[in-house]
Design a protein around this ligand. Structure first.
Ligand SMILES: C[S@@+](CC[C@H](N)C(=O)[O-])C[C@H]1O[C@@H](n2cnc3c(N)ncnc32)[C@H](O)[C@@H]1O
Length: 262
């Protein structure tokens, strides 16, 4: 059990919500999936991200570990997720049972209309991981910025080129050309669809990503681009250490950006 998260939820949530959170954490651990454990980075920025009756767009919502947090605080969430994704299907059931304002559009976000100046918060949690090309990722980023209201926030976390995995993929590609998809992306196994599948994994240069965000009229409120020692899993950060404490420390190049639209 993630004691830290339980402790946080005890202070912030009512009984039903707390039970839901605890259930999600427990389910996630039973399945061996850390998807349900929440994301401490988001708690950290709650002063900026939580807005009474605000609206949230969560691209690639997955099991909703970010959006649960918003919905439990009274915000209205629209998630976008691939057709048939079992984690998002589970999320819609929880949302219905607990009357949380989370709706999920099961569609490809490359084709979905995000609208313009529409959301108080736009979430992009480990989304670019499945892109094959930087340009594709930046095209979605630009549309996400467009969808953010003036004064609203964009939160994104993605894999950066300082990551140890990026370096080992690069090395592997030097003797096995089938490992590499593009200059920045590699084939790797992923369980996002509910079963292990080979998917592209994109690693971005932190400075390029920040430049892209800034070029679209955003003010960077927080960015974390430095590699961290000991965060084995670029996606789940601290939580992963709690779940796999025996894994050897690895350098993670995770990039986290919180930006506000001017
Ligand atoms: C690594 S998971 C992250 C899930 C969630 N944002 C989180 O932080 O827990 C990436 C999610 O994006 C979804 N996804 C990837 N490409 C997508 C696409 N083209 N359209 C909609 N969803 C997509 C995947 O199915 C997966 O659930």
């Amino acid at each position: 059990m993630n004691e830290k998260l339980i402790l946080l939820s005890k202070g912030k949530l009512n009984k039903v919500s707390r039970q839901l959170f605890e259930g999600m954490i427990h389910n996630g651990q039973e399945k061996g999936w850390p998807f349900f454990v929440g994301d401490p980075e988001i708690w950290k920025f709650s002063d900026s991200l939580l807005q009474r009756e605000g609206t949230v767009l969560d691209l690639g919502i997955g099991a909703g570990r970010a959006s649960m947090f918003f919905a439990l605080h009274g915000m209205q969430v629209r998630g976008i997720e691939r057709v048939g994704n079992p984690y998002a299907q589970h999320l819609t059931k929880i949302a219905k049972a607990y009357r949380l304002a989370i709706s999920v559009d099961f569609t490809d976000f490359n084709e979905a209309d995000f609208g313009s100046n529409r959301y108080d918060v736009v979430m992009m949690g480990q989304l670019f991981v499945h892109f094959a090309e930087k340009q594709e990722a930046f095209a979605v980023l630009d549309r996400a910025i467009d969808a953010t209201k003036r004064g609203g926030y964009l939160w994104l976390r993605t894999s950066g080129q300082e990551d140890d995995n990026f370096k080992s993929f690069k090395e592997a590609a030097s003797f096995d050309p089938e490992v590499q998809i593009s200059e920045e992306a590699y084939w790797d196994w992923c369980g996002c669809s509910g079963q292990p599948e080979l998917e592209p994994h994109l690693y971005l240069k932190p400075t390029e990503l920040l430049a892209q965000v800034l070029s679209k009229g955003m003010r960077v409120a927080h960015s974390e681009v430095m590699p961290k020692i000991g965060l084995k899993n670029i996606m789940y950060g601290e939580d992963d250490l709690a779940i796999h404490p025996m894994e050897p420390a690895q350098k993670s190049g995770m990039i986290t950006v919180l930006a506000q639209k001017a």
